[in-house]
Design a binder for this molecule. Structure first.
Ligand code: FCB
Length: 465
């Protein structure tokens, strides 16, 4: 079978429930640029990326893909691709430059313009309040390790919903609190770049608390489509040995269950609570917190990229662990083809994951808020970007998702990561995830083959309705 036949077979086999939402996702710091414009204050990612040695070749989001100025053209691209929805995040320090108190109307105006542009193009906005860019002023007061930040987050949510609640229906609090808490405070591979288990544990709890407190403010403003986005990595033991099984349990605990269980069931898993206590970093839970955190969800956002194989054994010093007390656990390198991120490719694990989440969160609809892959894309002499690996990844993951739906998972939507190539955090601009290629010299956008295939999936889905 030729590649084209295989692709057509995969495409033809894809069917989705009526009303299924298709979109693409981005995040403020990864695309906007304009970091000192219209009164925006600095965020922890400005500080981190400007600290020598933190990001690939010192890359920063100062300019990124200049979406702050180019959003009309970017929305036109979404329309061209036929997206029915767009997931983006609001930059907290654009709206509250000092993190709390004074509101910067010019920051809110940008999001008003963006949302109006989206609505005019028939693209439904899905707004995320926090995709990792904490105002530096709040970090200076302790950041997420400090309980007060949860309260400040709720106040910020109230400001944004007051400004945009009339035109944005779908609201999400946090993107991947696991990364904010554990990459930010344990391995230090993300901002604020700490390596402090006590802070990592505190940040975990305060992020979740902030989510719950913000839920109250959004509900009070009439929001009826409300969620949180968690990132899931299935953790498979390298063997059946008791040590490997326990290592996988511990990593699964902190990666997946520590965020899912409190958000949907109002309790931290007992084994995780015990692990954190044993590591000298107990969760700073106060009476009533878990009721706040368990605010009812209209949907749960699921980000999925890869699965991991876990082995007991000491880690090499150059690989700091992201898991509290995880110094004696190793995540093995994936076998087989990897993306340029070094991530393995496992669509089957995606099916199983969706079914597993469905079993832990019965009655909660799922929305895939991110899924995608990075490759070395180039614009060829004809001006095209051929990215067969990304096309393959996309179609196989869509197929894996539909298998999960057939088996009973209640999945309502899929957002590809990402609309555009962008600033991939510590990996800088070296990693391209977009359906649309960006030339970082000229800011020229070129729809990749994967973008065209995605548009075709969406076109067929619309026709089938
Ligand atoms: C996720 C992030 C997103 C992007 C992808 C590749 O963890 O939410 O911003 O960096 O990974």
């Amino acid at each position: 079978m030729t590649t084209t036949d295989a692709r057509e077979d995969l495409l033809a086999g894809l069917t989705f429930p009526p009303g299924f939402v298709f979109g693409a996702a981005t995040a403020a710091y990864q695309i906007e640029g304009a970091v000192t414009e219209d009164g925006r204050g600095p965020s922890i990612w400005d500080t981190y990326s400007h600290t020598p040695g933190r990001t690939f070749q010192g890359h920063t989001g100062d300019v990124a893909v200049d979406h702050y100025h180019r959003y009309p053209a970017d929305v036109a691209l979404m329309e061209e691709l036929g997206l029915s929805a767009y997931r983006f995040s609001v930059s907290w320090p654009r709206v509250l430059p000092e993190g709390s108190g004074r509101v910067e109307q010019r920051g809110l105006d940008f999001y008003r313009r963006l949302v109006d542009e989206l609505l005019g193009a028939g693209v439904d906005p899905w707004l995320t309040l926090y995709h990792w860019d904490l105002p530096q002023a709040l970090q200076d007061r302790g950041g997420w390790a400090d309980r007060d930040t949860a309260e400040r987050f709720a106040d910020y949510a109230a400001v944004v919903v007051d400004a945009l609640g009339d035109r944005v229906r779908h609201w999400s609090t946090l993107n991947e609190p696991m990364c904010s808490a554990l990459l930010g405070h344990m391995s230090g591979l993300h901002a604020p770049g700490l390596q402090d288990p006590v802070a990592a544990s505190a940040a975990t709890h305060h992020l979740l608390l902030g989510h719950g407190l913000a839920a109250g403010r959004l509900r009070a403003a009439g929001v009826d489509s409300f969620g949180i986005t968690l990132n899931f990595t299935p953790m498979n033991p390298a063997s059946d040995s008791a040590a490997d099984l326990d290592a996988a349990r511990r990593l699964d605990g902190q990666q997946n269950r520590m965020f899912l269980e409190p958000a949907v069931n109002g309790e931290y898993p007992a084994d995780v609570v015990a692990d954190l206590e044993a590591a000298g970093a107990p969760l700073p839970i106060r009476d009533g917190d878990l009721e706040v955190i368990a605010a009812p969800l209209d949907w749960l956002g699921v980000n999925y990229y890869f699965e991991s194989t876990v082995q007991a054994g000491p880690r090499p010093a150059e690989k700091p662990t992201s898991f509290i007390g995880g110094e004696d656990v190793l995540e093995l390198d994936p076998v087989g083809v990897t993306t340029t991120m070094g991530w393995g490719i496992s669509p089957e694990a995606f099916t199983d994951l969706l079914l597993w989440i469905g079993s832990r969160a019965p009655g909660v609809p799922l929305v895939i808020t991110e899924n995608g892959s990075a490759w070395d894309d180039v614009v060829d002499a004809e001006g095209a970007v051929h990215d067969p690996e990304r096309v393959d990844f996309l179609l196989r993951h869509l197929a894996a998702m539909t298998t999960a739906i057939e088996k009973g998972a209640d999945v309502r939507g899929y957002f590809a990561w990402s609309l555009l190539d962008n600033f991939e955090w510590a990996r800088g601009y070296a990693q391209r995830f977009g359906l649309v290629h960006v030339d970082y010299e000229t800011q020229r956008r070129t729809v990749k083959d994967s973008g065209r295939v995605y548009a075709e999936v969406l076109r067929r889905h619309r026709e089938a309705q």
